[in-house]
Design a protein around this ligand. Structure first.
Ligand SMILES: *Cc1c(COP(=O)(O)O)cnc(C)c1O
Length: 419
């Protein structure tokens, strides 16, 4: 293992995706390790937004609905579908991930009215679990939520999970890549297990879309949701997406009966009749500027190609783990991410009892921006189009320096509101 900067620079010079880096806005020497939380801003998006505001809003005004606004949820959804292994007319860009999860959880439970069990896991994003708990409450508390345990705080015990999915199970809902450790599920295997007993599956793709090849159609996945502001570079609070398998669309119902999901919104009839197909999962008027901001990045991601991005992503996480072994393991850090490439997404977590304060010192004085997840995880989000091998090298070197020079002692352990 070579631990010098020159080696990282050599890897960058051999990187076939290296040229994409300059297509994003950069600010000085800041090393950005949070592409898994808020992806960088593509330069083309700046121009696109200028046009959306000045021309479309400013001059086209209401006519904008005929010039690419009204069909934006479907058009952008079809582009996202290209990253999810999904054919057309099955993905919509709308609402937030939380809202879409709510809609699709209730849609799924209504398709299995006799069944009372929902299966998830203890490593799922807590908000996802809150949404499920809220759905259970809304339905009168008749369902139970069973959570598969972790073996090691990183991975889920797949045998225990398979055992929990039984004939009473209405829905299995999991994050494809787990937010803290980066653990990656075998989507085909879990989906097949659920279908074996007649259960439905809802995947949250927030941490896998754009970096891990996904095959929703060929896995036969029923439902999926995910976020556009992480590896999809759609901007802060960007609308999210949802997927409903084509042959379920006309049986499934959104619990939010808004006019955009009505079969003839501009007939202004007094009774709700759901639109045919995926459109029934829309609710109301989309936040158009935020929605349009997603599109330019998608064109770039599709051009770069999921397979090439996955290849670089594995290389980046592998390199980060190699450097962890060489430089961080001896400084009190432990690895919070699976070592097997087929078991992880595109971020690597390193853990340290002083993780929170170390993270602060990186941000405040070492010009590195990772993020921190309780109780002790420093997450390094490695976005294939924007992260270089030299970025990884500098980050690990500074993580080491923060401990060697005890820089973290300058910061309080009390948490800021957003970590
Ligand atoms: C980021 C993320 C979300 C975000 O949900 P919002 O509704 O956008 O706040 C949801 N689920 C998972 C697994 C995530 O990683």
């Amino acid at each position: 293992m070579q631990t010098d900067l020159e080696y990282a620079q050599q890897l960058d010079s051999q990187d076939e995706l290296a040229s994409y880096r300059a297509a994003f806005v950069h600010d000085g020497d800041l090393i950005y390790m949070d592409g898994n939380s808020l992806g960088r801003l593509p330069c083309v998006t700046v121009d696109r937004m200028g046009m959306a505001v000045e021309q479309e809003w400013g001059r086209d005004l209401i006519r904008g609905w005929h010039h690419g606004w009204y069909d934006a949820p479907q058009r952008i959804g079809d582009k996202i579908a290209g990253l999810l292994g999904a054919g057309p007319d099955q993905v919509l860009t709308c609402d937030s991930t939380s809202t879409n999860l709510f809609k699709l959880t209730l849609a799924a439970l209504a398709l299995r009215p006799e069944r009372r069990r929902i299966v998830s896991d203890t490593l799922n994003f807590p908000s996802d679990l809150y949404i499920i708990q809220g759905c259970i409450d809304l339905l009168g508390g008749r369902h139970e939520l069973a959570l598969a345990p972790s073996i090691d705080d990183m991975r889920i015990d797949s045998a225990a999970l398979a055992g929990m999915i039984d004939e009473q199970t209405a829905l299995v809902t999991l994050s494809h890549v787990v937010f803290k450790s980066g653990f990656l599920y075998d989507m085909a295997a879990v989906t097949a297990r659920a279908h074996e007993v007649g259960a439905l599956v809802l995947w949250d793709l927030s941490h896998s879309a754009g970096v891990v090849p996904i095959a929703l159609d060929s896995c036969g996945a029923d439902f999926a949701v995910g976020c556009c502001y992480k590896y999809l570079n759609g901007g802060p609070g960007a609308p999210a997406y949802l997927y409903v398998r084509r042959d379920l669309q006309d049986q499934a119902r959104s619990p939010i009966w808004g006019w955009f999901g009505q079969h003839a919104p501009f007939a202004f009839g007094l009774e709700y009749h759901p639109a045919a197909g995926i459109d029934r999962f829309l609710a109301g008027t989309p936040p158009m500027l935020s929605l349009l901001a997603i599109e330019p990045a998608l064109d770039m991601l599709l051009e770069a190609g999921v397979e090439r991005m996955r290849k670089k992503s594995i290389h980046l996480t592998e390199y980060a783990i190699d450097l962890y072994d060489a430089l961080l393991a001896s400084a009190g850090y432990t690895l919070g991410t699976p070592r097997e490439p087929e078991l992880r997404g595109s971020h690597a977590s390193v853990r340290h009892p002083e993780g929170y304060r170390i993270n602060r010192s990186l941000i405040e004085e070492l010009d590195v921006l990772p993020d921190f997840r309780e109780p002790d995880n420093i997450r390094l989000g490695l976005a294939p189009l924007t992260t270089s091998f030299a970025d990884v090298w500098h980050t690990v070197e500074r993580l080491r320096r923060a401990v060697d020079q005890q820089l973290y002692l300058r910061y309080p352990a009390e948490r800021l509101a957003v970590t």
